[in-house]
Design a protein around this ligand. Structure first.
Ligand SMILES: CN(C)C[C@H]1CC[C@H](N2C(=O)NCc3cnc4ccc(-c5cc(Cl)c(O)c(Cl)c5)cc4c32)CC1
Length: 340
């Protein structure tokens, strides 16, 4: 049974709910709120050369705070392990959602695609490229909202997003032609291509470029030719064509995508990528609950929260803030309080 002493007293660890490559993900309860969290556990010994990926992901997730990015609450590092305490997404992978429905109707695909565009535009605006966009890395929360995960392969090119990248990474079927050709590429342009593959998967239920033989798969990707099933509307095909341009310079830029006619249909407002809540602003109600519970001066607590140490205080504050956004009671329960 899991005994993780580093979590003792802070989280009540339950069963393993999934695995992501070199990590195990467990369901856990945050003791003071009773709220569910997902804890991504990595053993340093087993990480080997993947260790830098963990630091990449942790550093990226500390910066990236937006409604369509899975929230990092706390990071605990011990001699032998990393623990990332993350927002729990009960709806599982978008991949499984598509498989269960075979394929999505245009309206539903649009709802998801607007959220994906919001997340991608936000991380690009912050100078990051995800580089492994696929339905397995998009989770559904309890309100069917999408949360982007797995920033282990993301890049923050030195000198900004106009700088080229070289390392080939991500999942082949979603990889851009310039990436599989081993050429230098712009992370932002490669992400937009992956969004095209993602949109095709949402609308069709299968991949535009697929082959068991990797060399043939690369040829298909570089040809840029894909089947257009009869159920696709003309507008959907036009958008796919804008996204799946083999020449990255002809590919639609993410900022234009946010106001593309297909994304506007039925919404009439462009996709917004700005975070719904300002990170800098500390919520007064959450601060009150924390200062009463910890018997600490508000000013001291506010300053400590604003250090964003991603310790237990950060996690407790963010979980209380989550409750406020979901109009749930902002309450901390402590076993001692229940006892006294
Ligand atoms: C590419 N796939 C295989 C990866 C799997 C990994 C397990 C996932 N998962 C479940 O299996 N059950 C439910 C579940 C619930 N809440 C989660 C919250 C966060 C994460 C999470 C977040 C980050 Cl940032 C990250 O890097 C990783 Cl690896 C996981 C996973 C959750 C989850 C589904 C996708």
């Amino acid at each position: 049974m899991s005994h993780y002493s580093a979590l003792k007293g802070y989280y009540h660890v339950r069963e393993t709910i999934g695995s992501g490559g070199f990590a195990k993900v467990k369901l856990a309860y945050h003791n003071l709120t009773g709220d569910k969290v997902a804890i991504k556990i990595m053993d340093k010994r087993q990480l080997g050369e993947d260790l830098p990926r963990v630091r990449t992901e942790i550093d990226a997730m500390k910066v990236l705070s937006q409604q369509h990015i899975c929230k990092l609450y706390q990071v605990i590092e011990t001699e032998e392990k990393f623990f990332m305490i993350l927002e729990y997404c009960p709806g599982g992978e978008l991949f499984d959602y598509i498989v269960a429905k075979d394929r999505l109707l245009e309206e539903e695909a649009r709802g998801f695609f607007r959220q994906i565009a919001s997340a991608v535009a936000y991380i690009h605006d912050k100078g990051y490229a995800h580089r492994d966009l696929k339905p397995e890395n998009l989770l559904l929360d309890e309100d069917q909202h999408l949360k982007m995960i797995d920033f282990g392969l993301c890049a923050k090119p030195q000198g900004g997003m106009q700088r080229h990248l070289a390392t080939c990474c991500g999942s082949p079927a979603y990889a851009a032609p310039e990436l599989v050709a081993g050429q230098e590429y712009l992370g932002s342009e490669a992400d937009v291509w992956s969004m095209g593959v993602l949109l095709y998967a949402l609308l069709c239920g299968f991949l535009p470029f697929d082959d068991d033989n990797i060399a043939n798969l690369y040829k298909k990707i570089q040809s840029g030719k894909y089947d257009v099933p009869k159920w696709l509307t003309r507008e959907s095909v036009k958008l796919l064509d804008d996204l799946l341009q083999v020449d990255p310079k002809k590919r639609i830029p993410i900022k234009h995508l946010l106001c593309h006619p297909w994304l506007l249909t039925g919404y009439d407002v462009p996709v917004s990528f700005k975070p719904k809540h300002k990170k800098r602003y500390i919520d007064e109600d959450c601060l009150t609950e924390l200062s009463v519970f910890y018997n600490r001066r508000r000013e001291d607590l506010k300053r400590e929260i604003n250090e964003w140490n991603y310790d237990y205080l950060t996690a407790t504050y963010l979980l209380l803030l989550n409750r406020k956004h979901k109009k749930r009671p902002i309450r901390l329960i402590s076993q001692h309080r229940l006892l006294d």
